[in-house]
Design a protein around this ligand. Structure first.
Ligand SMILES: C[S@@+](CC[C@H](N)C(=O)[O-])C[C@H]1O[C@@H](n2cnc3c(N)ncnc32)[C@H](O)[C@@H]1O
Length: 199
């Protein structure tokens, strides 16, 4: 699937996605804590790349973190702008965010790298590294597994990433991995997070 095809697939199911996932209280409390604590530890603007409905961007702004959401699906952008007027949102996609070098203190990529094919990921991570300033942070949420493998995500094909393999790609892109975690919740795919610092 190309990135424009992924955008079209999300556009077609945006209402359903918003309904199911477009509120922070639909997410586990552990995720809310992790995202807020991580963002509060940064000193400056945070980008929520692939923000979808915009609920995490809004959550950060409501908690005093300067954050902006970036999204490529027009239906999500419209929802985000209407529903969360205190936060700001802009159109954009990886691997070209069209933002200045070193302009963000941190980037939240919450399940937004999952649809990139393995050969597309290095360029996307290099773009994140370009936009985050040295010493800044990256928090990635993703589905994990024993090998890099495509799976039929409800919207469009996505990929499992072993934590070690994604960590290796992050290191190659200019990040130092600070913390990793994975979680097996009943009835859902294995989930993982990586907190990394831009070297
Ligand atoms: C599973 S949703 C996650 C949305 C939101 N972060 C959340 O936690 O609900 C995946 C998101 O990644 C975005 N996305 C997929 N490919 C992308 C790309 N190449 N660049 C930027 N965003 C992308 C999609 O548009 C969608 O909003």
């Amino acid at each position: 699937m190309t990135t424009p095809e992924v955008a079209v697939a999300y556009g077609a199911r945006s209402a359903e996605y918003i309904d199911l996932f477009g509120r922070v209280d639909a997410a586990p409390a552990a995720d809310r804590r992790l995202i807020l604590e991580w963002a509060r530890g940064l000193n400056g603007p945070v980008l929520d790349v692939g923000c979808g409905p915009g609920h995490w961007t809004d959550y950060l702004v409501r908690h005093g973190v300067p954050a902006e959401g970036i999204e490529m699906v027009p239906e999500f952008l419209e929802h985000a702008r209407t529903s969360f007027p205190d936060a700001s949102f802009r159109a954009g996609r990886l691997p070209d965010l069209d933002l200045p070098d070193a302009s963000a203190a941190g980037i939240l990529s919450w399940y937004s790298l999952i649809h990139l094919a393995p050969d597309e990921l290095p360029a996307a991570l290099a773009e994140l590294a370009r936009v985050i300033r040295p010493g800044g942070g990256l928090l990635v949420g993703f589905f994990t597994g024993e090998r890099v493998e495509a799976f039929p995500h409800a919207v469009v094909t996505a990929y499992y990433w072993p934590v070690d393999e994604l960590s290796r790609l992050l290191a190659a892109a200019g990040f130092r991995v600070r913390a990793t975690a994975s979680r097996a919740d009943p009835g859902v795919r294995l989930q993982a997070t990586i907190v990394a610092e831009r070297v």
